[in-house]
Write a protein that binds this ligand. Structure first.
Ligand SMILES: NCCCCN(CCCN)CCCN
Length: 350
């Protein structure tokens, strides 16, 4: 299909994001499934900047029309879809576990407490690329880690915690110890207050993860959680630091990587960084994480790129949950990080 090839090439040239005919096909399939820009990004699983550019090029070729804040296929677009055998997306996701493979039924009591506590949480701010996951998702991460034997009696560290994972872990009563390192004082103070009030014993410290870890955290933990910004540098900084906290071989780490701000070409680089750190990727659960819409969306780069201006309503930003485990020869990364860990051609919510 010449036109798909041509649009892919032009989109890549204009965005510096790797683009393929399949990227264009998926955007067309998403437009056949929804007229909402954010839902189209969600369904296409391509980086936001690339989706925005492909939509503009499809519009230029009169294959897609922008009517108000709706994005619709034109007659010519529908004809192209027929010829290229492109259909709307079919969903087979489990309604019970939402595709996560775990449920939080056995964490009900801690979850109810968390729901109340998190009502006072500090809002997500643009400065640190914050965006927290839903409370149910936070507990699904606890359930996943517990089902892998990574929590009971273990020392757990959370690197960056706008998700309040530290509070959820401590409320579950499963880990022997919970430490959190977080750059944002608002979050550290909130977590300390909650820990004091509910007697959770959380070791919470202000720390900029671009700086090496505190001495007593290096090589002292069994399991780490983090949810890094979407650049390879940030993965090195946050996950590399996570690995540096681990005691030994066969220890686990959990983090999210999105398709919203990372192409598969970037995923390949990220996965190579993980393997080079001596990690095995044991689990990769697509759309495990769902992020509550943050209110600074008009300040993010992605907003400037959208072809129609409409506030996101439903959750659209999701990430794949990775579980990694150390084997012989693993090595963490504990050098100072310089330079920008928040922005690259594909990131767009910073
Ligand atoms: N900028 C808004 C969305 C950021 C999500 N990122 C950090 C999430 C922290 N809970 C990256 C998520 C995937 N690594």
């Amino acid at each position: 299909m010449e036109i798909l090839e041509q649009i892919a090439r032009e989109a890549e040239k204009n965005t510096q994001v790797p683009a393929y005919p399949r990227s264009v096909e998926k955007v067309i399939a998403a437009v056949m499934s929804s007229s909402d820009f954010w839902k189209i990004v969600d369904l296409s699983d391509e980086p936001l900047p690339l989706v925005a550019e492909i939509l503009k090029l499809l519009n230029k070729h009169d294959l897609v029309a922008f009517e108000g804040d709706q994005i619709l296929l034109t007659e010519a677009g529908a004809e192209l879809a027929r010829k290229a055998k492109i259909e709307a997306f079919a969903s087979h996701v489990c309604p019970r576990c939402k595709g996560r493979g775990v449920v939080i039924d056995n964490l009900r009591e801690a979850y109810e407490k968390f729901l109340k506590i998190q009502e006072e949480r500090p809002p997500a701010i643009h400065q640190f690329d914050q965006g927290y996951v839903t409370p149910e998702n936070t507990f699904a991460r606890v359930a996943l880690a517990d089902s892998r034997g990574d929590l009971r009696g273990k020392k757990v560290v959370v690197l960056g915690d706008d998700d309040l994972m530290s509070i959820a872990l401590a409320l579950s009563g499963l880990p022997a110890k919970v430490t959190i390192l977080e750059i944002d004082e608002r979050l550290v103070n909130f977590i300390k207050e909650v820990s004091d009030k509910y007697n959770l014993g959380i070791d919470a410290r202000v720390h900029d993860l671009r700086q090496p870890l505190p001495e007593d955290v290096v090589g002292a933990y069994d399991t780490f959680f983090t949810d890094p910004p979407e650049t390879v540098e940030a993965i090195k900084a946050f996950v590399g630091r996570g690995v540096a906290t681990l005691k030994a071989e066969r220890c686990a780490g959990y983090f999210g990587v999105t398709r919203r701000e990372s192409s598969l070409d970037k995923w390949r680089k990220i996965q190579k960084v993980l393997l080079d750190m001596g990690l095995v990727i044991t689990d990769l659960i697509h759309n495990f994480n769902e992020y509550v819409n943050w209110d600074y969306y008009e300040e993010m780069r992605g907003w400037q790129l959208t072809p129609v201006k409409k506030a996101p309503e439903d959750i659209w930003y999701r990430s794949t949950q990775f579980r990694v485990e150390t084997v012989r020869g693993f090595k963490g990364f504990n050098e100072p990080i310089v330079g920008d860990i928040y922005n690259d051609a594909e990131s767009s919510t910073t």
